[in-house]
Design a protein. Structure first.
Length: 397
């Protein structure tokens, strides 16, 4: 006869073995995943992405109001404006190429930065729009695949036109009212829709998640999700109310008009962020200018505002360009290392972090042309070093 205690011990042993085998199976499954894949997306990288969005949100609010957002405030607008919707007379074929003459006479602007993935980084899309007697045309060029991307909060749309949601449907990769085309430069969306009644409003969500069969990159936020390098940052005026997103969508109102304004990111060097615009107004020769934009603090945010009036129509746009502040992140690493007590970090670890930071700095100094993918890689590495240096140095700023 087997005693009860022996039965219990046997059951416990069986459960322990099963648990260990399950853990081994999970570990092997995770090991087979590509680094940075959605299913295995590291928690700390989600936190870093949220911290980056928070920095952009605070910079925009500081630029507009001169103060940081408080906990009682909701999200900060990622951009807004009122722009002309020109009428074109040459035909447009909806094929995803945007190569017709009419697109050269359309209103166009960069929209973003849009946040979806930490390692990929925030990105801009170029949005162009025009009309004829019955049809609204919209063209979107993106450097990245927009499939499965949705708003992180509320709407399940990638963007909206006149309050109607639009997204790329999977697995076919279609979009209602238009076509999606991929090439070596990225992805293009071209839409031909019945001309809505006025006002015509375009809505582009700045905070996105990639919905698929695997867990999403960003779940509904919790207090932990907004933790940055220091728990103290969750207190006082820098705190974020986690019930709200950090960036409200970019909202553009379109006004039917014979005028057209074309904005373009003209940045060729990371420290020389520029915006160009071309104005095509009635009875006027086209006018083109390029402006150098100023950074808001050390945030990487380059906010701009443009306003003008042509006869009875008034136009304006307020938005921003974004370049990851790699040099500023490396400075933060050095500051943490310099202010830490000797007992906070071993000399070996301190030297390793310092050497790694200098290696990133050398790559940074060798950059001759602004390559966004390369720049993002350097920023991710600098951010990782900052977290590594900060891990045992909570008293540093």
């Amino acid at each position: 006869m087997i005693r009860p205690s022996m039965k219990i011990n046997k059951i416990l042993a069986t459960l322990i073995i099963a648990f260990l085998l399950a853990g081994r199976s999970i570990a092997q499954s995770d090991a087979n995943e590509p680094e940075g894949s959605e299913k295995g997306y590291p928690v700390h990288e989600r936190d870093w992405l949220l911290d980056e969005i928070r920095t952009v949100s605070q910079a925009l609010n500081m630029a507009r109001t001169g103060r940081l957002a408080t906990r009682s405030q909701s999200a900060v607008s990622a951009g807004f404006g009122t722009l002309p919707l020109p009428k074109v007379t040459t035909p447009i074929r909806t094929d995803g190429k945007l190569d017709e003459l009419a697109w050269q006479n359309a209103t166009s602007l960069p929209v973003g930065p849009l946040f979806a993935d930490w390692r990929q980084g925030p990105f801009m899309i170029q949005v162009s729009t025009c009309r004829d007697e019955t049809t609204l045309y919209l063209g979107i060029r993106s450097p990245h695949d927009l499939s499965q991307l949705r708003a992180a909060f509320g709407s399940a749309a990638l963007f909206e036109i006149a309050d109607r949601p639009y997204r790329i449907d999977e697995p076919a990769g279609n979009i209602k009212g238009g076509i999606v085309r991929k090439d070596s430069a990225g992805q293009t969306i071209e839409l031909a829709l019945p001309l809505p009644t006025e006002p015509i409003r375009l809505t582009f969500y700045a905070e996105l998640i990639r919905r698929s069969g695997t867990p999403v990159i960003r779940e509904e936020p919790t207090e932990r999700d907004f933790a940055t390098d220091s728990p103290q940052e969750m207190k006082g005026q820098n705190a974020i109310d986690t019930k709200f997103e950090l960036l409200d969508p970019v909202e553009i109102k379109l006004v039917p008009s014979p005028d057209a304004i074309r904005f373009k990111d003209a940045t060729s060097e990371p420290n020389q962020v520029r915006l160009s615009y071309t104005l095509r107004a009635r009875d006027m020769r086209p006018k083109t200018r390029t402006f150098k934009l100023q950074e808001t603090g050390q945030s990487g945010v380059y906010r701009y505002r443009y306003a003008l009036k042509i006869k009875e129509n008034s136009y304006e746009i307020e938005s921003s360009l974004y370049v990851e502040p790699v040099a500023e992140m490396l400075d933060a690493v050095r500051q943490i290392l310099s202010c830490s007590a000797d007992q906070d970090l071993s000399e070996e670890e301190r030297n390793a972090i310092s050497e790694a930071a200098e290696k990133v700095q050398q790559e940074l100094d060798d950059v001759e042309f602004y390559n966004r993918k390369q720049w993002r890689r350097l920023y991710c590495e600098a951010r990782r070093l900052k977290a590594r240096a900060d891990r045992n140095m909570r008293d540093c700023p």
